[in-house]
Design a protein around this ligand. Structure first.
Ligand SMILES: [Zn+2]
Ligand SMILES: [Zn+2]
Length: 320
């Protein structure tokens, strides 16, 4: 009799776990807090990402926080919350691609208002935060290491390349890849996983041909199987300048031409399946007609018929 009851409970708990897993939505919800690559301090790279249906976000880069949060406060899907409440309650972690101001100024400036949370980054990026920003000469040391006195609000979580970790409280998993951003300076690509779905976010990066590295080639090798199996739902990648800017003046960034060269490589590695991944263009550097030029040049070079999209500050995108 006891044995039968035991088996019954075992089956019941397995069924329950299965239903629970089904309940957790696939896909992602993404809200850009800022989308540009410089100049406009109210609209710099920062993307809130959660599992679809969840309000527990990671923040990929944090160039702009407050201006973006003001834009989304009290609007769906943040209906009941002020900017401050979204920052405190719903951002569970920051993931920083590299140490340039347009990727972390919002994090530094808004630290006084924040609550305890982790900062995920490569050791090289944590060094920049520790040595240059979370210091008492620049601002205050809100982190858990570095210059005394230590305020201990943020906890540095150094990442190992290509090793997946879980971000507690979000249901998301994170894998970091090293990128070259004016060699030898390091930037990061974050591969975010929700169950079997993936999203890839690249920080600033040069093309392999210009940087004389194979960092992007290695990344494409790793994600090509996910493209082929249609698990890579979306790819966020930078195009900072239009094609008129010569290679020597790119400083570790992409143009439409270089973007398309790289995407062609990824498409080939994934046996022509890149069409099923949405491509989001980030980090356009403002100048006269830059956005328009870049959009036209990408469209003209889009020989693969890819879905190219342009994220907008404060506009939530739901990806199934
Ligand atoms: Zn940048
Ligand atoms: Zn940069």
């Amino acid at each position: 009799m006891m044995k039968k009851i035991y088996i019954f409970f075992l089956l019941f708990s397995l069924l329950y776990q299965h239903l629970e897993a089904q309940n957790q939505s696939k896909g992602f919800s993404i809200t850009p807090l800022g989308v540009k690559g410089g100049l406009d301090e109210a609209n710099l790279s920062a993307y809130l990402v959660a599992a679809k249906g969840s309000s527990n976000y990671i923040c990929l880069d944090a160039g702009t926080l407050n201006a973006g949060l003001q834009k989304i406060a009290y609007k769906a899907p943040f209906d009941q919350l002020s900017a401050e409440e979204i920052q405190k309650k719903q951002i569970k972690a920051y993931c920083i691609t590299h140490g340039h101001l347009d990727h972390l100024a919002g994090l530094i400036m808004n630290a006084p208002n924040d609550v305890s949370k982790p900062i995920y980054a490569f050791p090289s990026v944590i060094e920049v935060l520790k040595d240059h920003y979370f210091t008492w000469k620049s601002w205050a040391n809100f982190a858990n290491e570095g210059e005394q006195p230590i305020l201990n609000k943020y906890t540095y979580q150094p990442l190992t390349p290509q090793k997946e970790i879980e971000v507690p409280g979000t249901g998301l998993f994170l894998t970091a890849f090293s990128l070259s951003h004016v060699a030898p300076y390091e930037s990061t690509a974050f591969l975010v996983r929700n169950q079997q779905d993936y999203l890839l976010y690249l920080g600033d990066t040069g093309a392999d041909t210009v940087e004389k590295t194979n960092q992007l080639a290695q990344l494409w090798e790793r994600v090509a199987p996910l493209v082929e199996s249609k698990q890579l739902t979306s790819l966020f990648i930078e195009v900072s300048f239009d094609n008129s800017v010569p290679n020597k003046a790119l400083f570790g960034h992409l143009t439409p031409m270089l973007l398309m060269q790289e995407l062609n490589k990824l498409n080939k590695l994934s046996n022509g399946q890149l069409k099923s991944t949405r491509i989001y263009i980030t980090h356009i550097k403002p100048c006269n007609n830059c956005t328009q030029n870049i959009q036209q040049q990408i469209e003209a070079a889009n020989n693969l018929g890819l879905t190219i999209l342009y994220p907008e500050q404060g506009k939530t995108m739901v990806i199934d």
